[in-house]
Design a protein around this ligand. Structure first.
Ligand SMILES: Nc1nc2c(ncn2[C@@H]2O[C@H](COP(=O)(O)OP(=O)(O)O)[C@@H](O)[C@H]2O)c(=O)[nH]1
Ligand SMILES: [Mg+2]
Length: 196
């Protein structure tokens, strides 16, 4: 897939503020700092399209990016962030929940997991919730450059095994690094397949 254009469209605080022009959407979600914004930059090969930061909970809106004037990437607020008030968190959880369960144009959700960590309870809860909703999703392991290939594989296998404890079949899995661009072409191919 060739990325010919990538542009920020808008940030939405609620479902009724999301873009109305119907384009297929691919959403990224995961805990704060898992690498959502970095992956958007890597996928689009634009260094500063999505803001990356070290401040958990800073991205509290649904951020829409139009790619090739044909589809969107959607950077969703991270779940499980700590530095946001309880009220705000509840708000955003509800907006994200509604987006993930009601958005007609949503084709696939990329659930990002840090390849260096065991499956976190909040990740498990989210994945199980998403399964209940029935929205198609894939697992994207991030920061694969941060360890040796062997270490990385072991970590990923552990998380897959943890998910396999309640699922008979794993969703599609991608191993990525925003640093090296690993997994980019595989993700492009997955998006391409959903656009046909
Ligand atoms: N080494 C490495 N660092 C990454 C990678 N992806 C993200 N990061 C770093 O992790 C931090 C959080 O990334 P960010 O994209 O802002 O996460 P977000 O909160 O999920 O949007 C930043 O310091 C990034 O530079 C990666 O693939 N490799
Ligand atoms: Mg971000």
């Amino acid at each position: 897939m060739k990325i010919t254009s990538a542009a920020f469209e808008l940030s939405a605080p609620s479902l009724d503020k999301c873009p109305t022009r119907p384009l297929p959407e691919f959403a990224l979600i995961g805990r704060s700092n898992v690498g959502k914004s970095s992956l958007i930059n890597s996928l689009t090969q634009r260094r500063e399209l999505a803001r990356t930061s070290n401040t958990p909970g800073k991205t509290q809106l649904l951020n829409f990016y139009v790619i090739n004037n044909a589809w969107r990437l959607v950077d969703l607020p991270g779940y499980g962030y700590a530095k946001v008030s309880r009220d705000q968190r509840a708000d955003f959880n509800q907006t994200v929940a509604r987006y993930l369960s009601e958005r007609k144009t949503l084709r696939l959700v990329f659930v990002l997991l840090d390849s260096r960590l065991p499956l976190q309870p909040v990740d498990r809860e989210f994945i199980q919730w998403l399964e209940g909703v029935g929205t198609p999703f894939a697992l994207v392991f991030t920061k694969m450059d941060k360890h040796s290939p062997t270490q990385g594989r072991v970590g990923v296998e552990k998380i897959k095994a943890a998910i396999g404890e309640w699922r008979s079949e794993l969703p599609p899995v991608f191993l990525t690094s925003a640093e090296t661009g690993a997994g980019r072409s595989e993700l492009h191919a997955a998006i391409d397949a959903h656009l046909r």
